[in-house]
Design a protein around this ligand. Structure first.
Ligand code: ATP
Ligand code: IP8
Length: 259
């Protein structure tokens, strides 16, 4: 079984509200159909320009504080925005005859400090044992510490990997892999292979490595460090046709973690 994280930056333009990269999704679905059903998949997608603007507007990460009535409405609206994005993705898969099946993360997980503390994966296990491709997503979540919060797709991937021990976890992003500094900086170099020590070094020295540890990529690397103890981990550019197939086949592409 392979778990794939579809980055929000791959499926959507984060600067354009409610934008959906349909063509990119069609390519991804086509590539998956070359391997399904011999290989089973679970997909988790990010919020892109559907979830994040709502989460920001209603300050969901601050929890159920302040004007709680407005907060509750915002919590629901953020979830509904994610359902819309999820539906667009599912429709593309169904058109390609792939039995994608939507699973709402907010109905499955309880969180604390942004991490999953409860999540029953049995339904998920049965879904893929019966040939479905479950598609989860970063979502709103009930939080034990502050009532409500946002659960990121990367945290979901990390929890599912711990519970289900997939052979591979593939993070699809809008850049070619992990760089030695922010890829927007001049002279940034792609790192083709990373071991545990090198990841710890990148996370420990954000200035020299140019990695924003509080941002998305730091979180991804921290989670990947845990996942790589039992599964192969790849970071690839999800917008480049053929990359997903290469990672599924275990060929050289993007950044691979070697432990
Ligand atoms: P989401 O988590 O919202 O689904 P995503 O999975 O697409 O989104 P981001 O959190 O946006 O991923 O992280 C990917 C971004 O991180 C890239 O677009 C890149 O610009 C940025 N980034 C910063 N530093 C690095 C680095 N050292 N290596 C690779 N990407 C980096
Ligand atoms: O994009 C966030 O998921 P992520 C989901 O994977 C919401 O961090 C609702 C903003």
């Amino acid at each position: 079984m392979i778990i794939i994280k579809l980055g929000g930056s791959v499926i959507s333009d984060k600067t354009v509200p409610y934008s959906f990269n349909r063509e990119v999704l069609e390519n991804i679905a086509e590539e998956l159909s070359r391997f399904y059903p011999e290989e089973s998949f679970i997909l988790v997608h990010g919020g892109g320009s559907f979830g994040h603007p709502n989460a920001r507007k209603y300050r969901i990460r601050e929890g159920l504080t302040g004007d709680v009535e407005r907060k509750r409405i915002g919590f629901s609206k953020t979830h509904q925005a994610m359902l819309k994005l999820n539906d667009l993705i599912i429709q593309v898969f169904l058109e390609k005859r792939l039995p994608a099946y939507s699973v709402s993360s907010s109905s499955m997980f309880l969180i604390e400090n942004g991490h999953v503390v409860y999540g029953d994966v049995e339904v998920l296990r049965k879904l893929f044992e019966n040939g479905f491709i479950p598609i989860l997503f970063g979502d709103t979540a009930i939080a034990l510490d502050k009532g409500i919060d946002i659960l990121s797709g990367d945290q979901i991937v990390s929890y599912l990997a711990k519970m289900l021990k997939p052979s591979k976890v593939i993070f699809m992003m809008d850049v070619d892999g992990i760089y030695d500094r922010n890829p927007k900086e001049k002279d940034a170099k792609l790192i083709e292979e990373l071991n545990a020590e090198e990841i710890r070094h990148l996370l420990k020295s954000p200035e020299s490595a140019g990695i924003d540890v509080t941002g998305g990529i730091g979180n991804k690397l921290r989670e990947a460090l845990k996942i790589a103890k039992h599964s192969e981990v790849y970071f690839i550019n999800g917008k480049v046709r053929g990359n997903l197939s290469r990672a599924i086949r275990g060929e050289k592409v993007g950044t691979r973690l070697r432990f």
